[in-house]
Design a protein around this ligand. Structure first.
Ligand SMILES: Cc1ncc(COP(=O)(O)O)c(C=O)c1O
Length: 484
């Protein structure tokens, strides 16, 4: 993430938390640049962004002052007919008039979403290969569904999803993830991302604390920041998120986790930590969001049961996606909700977009219930295990003892740690664009610290990679890795 964005985000977080209260002076760009050992341009860019979003105001002779962002005036008291809404964030008339009228939550979403859009050009470790997918079977099932249901499929479906698909998902979750649930608890969505958005809208108020793994999944973090939450990272070690640290946050509303396969470091959360987190959530009244994005791709041994299976108090919202396990454009994912949330989420989902496409859902329901899903998983696992092995061999040949890799038991990416702790960004950049997704591990730290547990490395996606792509990327890395 560019330095100016990091600085902008930190200043913004301090303003939103009240650590920098309304009226506080931001030091001059010269002072800040000298203190932080960055250029004045970097500071200027960060402060200009804060000013454009109404977080600070600037006055000649006074300097840059934190604006009053936290208490918008009552609706009726607002002046009408202005060209932008930034004055209610406490900005001055100096705010440019071409900015759209965004709410504080809208401004947070625009800023967090923009960072995500900017980073999408980088390697995406979530890519999958479309080749193992049985397209002919899918086509056949889709024609059958059309013949069977005809025009009924052209009507809009249930906002929570096709009842047969919800039933098939509940059975799959029960059999393969150890989750005892009913079809009524399943909400079909377009993506996990839509799930984060829905959860943000339904469960979070502006300035609520959300805990996430550090390093972690940036798109989830961005969605919670976009919902106006104060997102706090909790460190990860060899057993997953350091559960003892969550007790420092008794006011947290939500904890987001990837327990089966930590994103991006890859470890599995230990059972005692799972139990400790469930106990914490129960005692402070927080929700846990369990993102189980790729545990279907278990290369060795049996899949580890989901944390939701241990949830006797109804605190865990489980999240699964078909966008990885089948193909990315299917745009189907799901939540398994605690029973007490079902009614409210049904209403919230209805307001969001009215439901997922009926034809695709009906086809997927058949694909699962007739055993094609299980057969696809068996084939795809073999395919990806072979890719994983090729990737490990190619990286070992390119990097030798300069790279270290854990055994990769699940998923479609691996992390090659840089033993000398050097900057991972130039390396990732050199290998990018060669048919292989390689991203710097440091990118997944919100507050990067070189001394963190496993701070730098290459996150290498073998899911969507071809043999040639793996070879080309490793060839590009070899000379760079060999340099001292
Ligand atoms: C941690 C994590 N969660 C969820 C997803 C998938 O999300 P979606 O269903 O929004 O495509 C990914 C990437 O594919 C991911 O890496």
């Amino acid at each position: 993430m560019p330095l100016y964005v990091q600085l902008y985000r930190q200043l913004r977080a301090h303003i939103l938390s009240g650590a920098l209260p309304a009226g506080a002076a931001i030091p001059s760009s010269r002072t800040l640049a000298a203190d932080l050992l960055v250029s004045r341009n970097t500071v200027e860019a960060a402060v200009t962004q804060l000013w454009a979003e109404g977080f600070v105001s600037r006055k000649v002779g006074v300097g840059t002052i934190v604006a009053a962002t936290r208490t918008p005036p009552p609706l009726h008291g607002r002046q009408r007919g202005r060209t932008n809404g930034n004055e209610r964030l406490g900005g001055t008339s100096a705010v440019p008039s071409n900015l759209p009228r965004l709410s504080p939550r809208g401004a947070a979403a625009a800023a967090a979403g923009q960072i995500e859009l900017d980073s999408e050009a980088q390697a995406d470790p979530c890519r999958v290969d479309v080749n193992p997918f049985p397209l002919a079977t899918w086509n056949r099932l889709q024609s059958r569904v059309v013949r069977q249901y005809g025009g009924a499929l052209l009507q809009v479906g249930h906002p929570l999803g096709d009842p047969q698909l919800r039933q098939a998902i509940a059975e799959h979750a029960n059999l393969s993830r150890g989750i005892v649930c009913s079809a009524e608890q399943v909400v079909v969505l377009n993506s996990s991302q839509q799930g984060f958005d829905l959860i943000g809208r339904m469960l979070l108020a502006v300035n609520d604390t959300v805990l996430v793994e550090e390093p972690g999944y940036p798109s989830a973090r961005a969605a919670f920041v976009g919902a106006g939450a104060m997102v706090q990272g909790i460190g990860v070690d060899a057993d997953g998120i350091q559960a003892e640290h969550v007790w420092r946050h008794p006011d947290a509303r939500l904890l987001y986790l990837t327990p089966s396969h930590q994103f991006p470091l890859g470890m599995t959360l230990s059972l005692d930590r799972r139990l400790a987190l469930l106990e914490w959530a129960k005692s402070v009244g927080a929700w846990i969001v369990e993102d189980d994005y790729d545990s279907e791709f278990r290369h060795n041994g049996r899949p580890i049961a989901a944390m939701k299976g241990l949830d006797s108090d109804g605190t865990v919202i489980y999240m699964g996606t078909f966008n990885k396990v089948l193909f990315q454009s299917i745009r189907l994912a799901y939540l398994i909700l605690p029973e007490r949330l079902v009614g409210a989420f049904a209403a919230g989902r209805r307001l969001a977009d009215g439901g997922a496409p009926t034809l695709t859902q009906a086809t997927l329901a058949l694909f699962i219930s007739e055993g094609h899903f299980a057969a696809h998983l068996r084939r795809a696992r073999k395919h990806y295990t072979a890719r994983r092995d090729q990737m490990v061999r190619a990286l070992q040949a390119a990097g030798g003892d300069r790279l270290s890799m854990e055994s990769i038991e699940t998923g479609l990416f691996l992390v090659a740690h840089l033993c000398d702790g050097r900057d991972d960004r130039p390396l990732a950049l050199a290998a990018a664009g060669r048919g292989l997704g390689i991203a710097p591990l440091s990118r997944y730290y919100a507050e990067f610290d070189k001394t963190s547990f496993r701070a730098t490395g290459l996150v290498c996606a073998f899911g969507g990679a071809s043999h040639e792509g793996i070879r080309a990327a490793c060839d590009a890395l070899r000379p760079l890795l060999q340099q001292v």
